[in-house]
Design a protein around this ligand. Structure first.
Ligand SMILES: C[S@@+](CC[C@H](N)C(=O)[O-])C[C@H]1O[C@@H](n2cnc3c(N)ncnc32)[C@H](O)[C@@H]1O
Length: 424
């Protein structure tokens, strides 16, 4: 359903990057509209109690409106806010963390300026693939839709990854393993791009040969493949894979989690290390929860012994192997922290606990952490809503925010990374 165009005054920029107006007492979300603008828009559907509208025309543009740098902006769901000038953009992102901390019970907490990440530096892409009559479509999903936007370029991704799009599309067109749909995770490691391909058909010998040719031609040391969401197997290995964390070379599993950009990782790490207690006794121990492949673990190990807890078996194995080889004072432990969170007793020996949970947060672990009374907690979050929820028990347990840093890891998207240091 769509209505006739209505004139609407945009009052604010919402958490998803949409303009927000009011119409007959209801909130209206206006993708592409900016605060202070008057627009003509059609009500096009519901988002919960609110209206979702399509902007027909911007009648009075905001002085903060700028030309979006990417030709796909507006259709591609990867970015939501490329049309806003830099200073109000940075203020909007920082305000997200201020609001989350206020909701958590920390109004007026000290929040640093937004740590920036440059365009064209994102080193991890999770691309959707579709086979159609005209070939293979490769890109991100359109905003709020399952449709895939075929990307010719991307202003966020590292150009080394964007440069692969054309030939990857072509090799996938010839790959029978891709019947209708799949995905491609590209991780830019120090050893070159690492590809994990998930397809809806089996990968036979001719397909493997095709991928081997692609890897050789484009400098990919490894291509892994998986049937749907099944386990990944190595399809092509032409050389070692690796990335250094705190000077320690780690060989991450296919499709491994990486912090989105080098600058984002550096900003997170700086805030985490600055959040540690100033003087750590010689025998101090640190806990790194949701440790992944050791992005934070190895730099933390330069300050004290670290026990790294992680749920994914292949990541724990990569972390343990790298620690063994480097002689790092790191113990890697496989633990599902949702099903079997660390008990208050287990947590009590640590001088500081760093946690960097997935998007959903750490709901099972937080109450036990609140009870343990660890002197320092450093929460790295990629989801302000989960952060606000998870910090509430810590506020009730008497913790205060010592420092909070918003990090613009997910440039031009509504997502925000942040590092919050808590003590009591
Ligand atoms: C946001 S990543 C952080 C990884 C790492 N700290 C880093 O900076 O690269 C979250 C990590 O939590 C892990 N994870 C997800 N659910 C988990 C669970 N229930 N228990 C333990 N680890 C989990 C994921 O495998 C992933 O490695």
């Amino acid at each position: 359903m769509t209505t006739e165009p209505l004139p609407l005054a945009v009052e604010a920029l919402g958490a998803a990057g949409d303009g927000i107006a009011r119409q007959e007492g209801r909130t209206v979300f206006l993708p592409g509209a900016l605060p202070g603008e008057r627009v003509a828009a059609r009500l096009a559907g519901r988002r919960g109690e609110a209206w979702l509208a399509e902007v027909d025309a911007v009648l009075d543009p905001s002085p903060d409106r700028v030309a979006p740098p990417c030709p796909h902006f507006g259709r591609c769901g990867g970015c939501a806010v490329q049309h806003l000038a830099d200073a109000p953009y940075a203020a909007w992102k920082r305000a997200t963390l201020v609001a989350a901390l206020a909701r958590a019970g920390f109004p007026g907490a000290p929040v640093a300026a937004l740590a920036r990440t440059p365009p064209a530096t994102r080193r991890r892409a999770d691309l959707a693939l579709r086979r159609g009559p005209a070939g293979v479509t490769l890109g991100f999903h359109a905003a709020g839709s399952r449709q895939v936007v075929d990307l010719a370029t991307c202003c966020v991704l590292d150009p080394h990854l964007v440069a692969l799009f054309g030939s990857l599309r072509e090799v996938l067109r010839r790959l029978p393993a891709l019947r209708r749909e799949g995905s491609a995770v590209l991780n830019l490691l120090e050893t070159g791009p690492d590809l994990l391909l998930r397809t809806d058909g089996p990968l036979e010998a001719p397909g493997r040969a095709l991928l081997a040719g692609f890897a050789a031609d484009h400098g990919l040391p490894r291509i892994a493949w998986a049937a749907g969401s099944g386990p990944a197997e190595t399809a092509v290995q032409l050389g070692p894979v690796g990335i250094r964390f705190g000077g320690v070379m780690v060989a991450p599993p296919p499709g491994a989690f990486l912090q989105a950009s080098p600058a984002g990782e550096a900003a997170i790490l700086a805030a985490v290390l600055a959040g540690l207690p100033e003087r750590l006794p010689a025998r101090a121990a640190l806990a790194d929860l949701f440790a992944g492949n050791g992005t934070l673990t190895f730099p933390l190990a330069a300050r004290a012994r670290v026990t790294a807890f992680e749920g994914a078996l292949d990541s724990v194995a990569a972390l343990a192997a790298a620690a063994g080889k480097a002689g790092a004072r790191v113990q890697a432990v496989r633990r599902d922290l949702d099903r079997q969170p660390l008990t208050a007793k287990e947590l009590q020996g640590f001088a500081a606990v760093v946690l960097d949970p997935p998007y959903a947060g750490a709901a099972a672990q937080i109450p036990l952490l609140a009870r343990a009374g660890v002197p320092r907690i450093i929460y790295v979050s990629c989801n302000p809503a989960a952060l606000a929820r998870d910090l509430q028990p810590l506020a009730r347990a008497g913790y205060g925010v010592l420092a909070a840093t918003p990090v613009d890891q997910f440039l031009w998207s509504p997502h925000l990374e942040s590092v919050v240091v808590l003590g009591r």
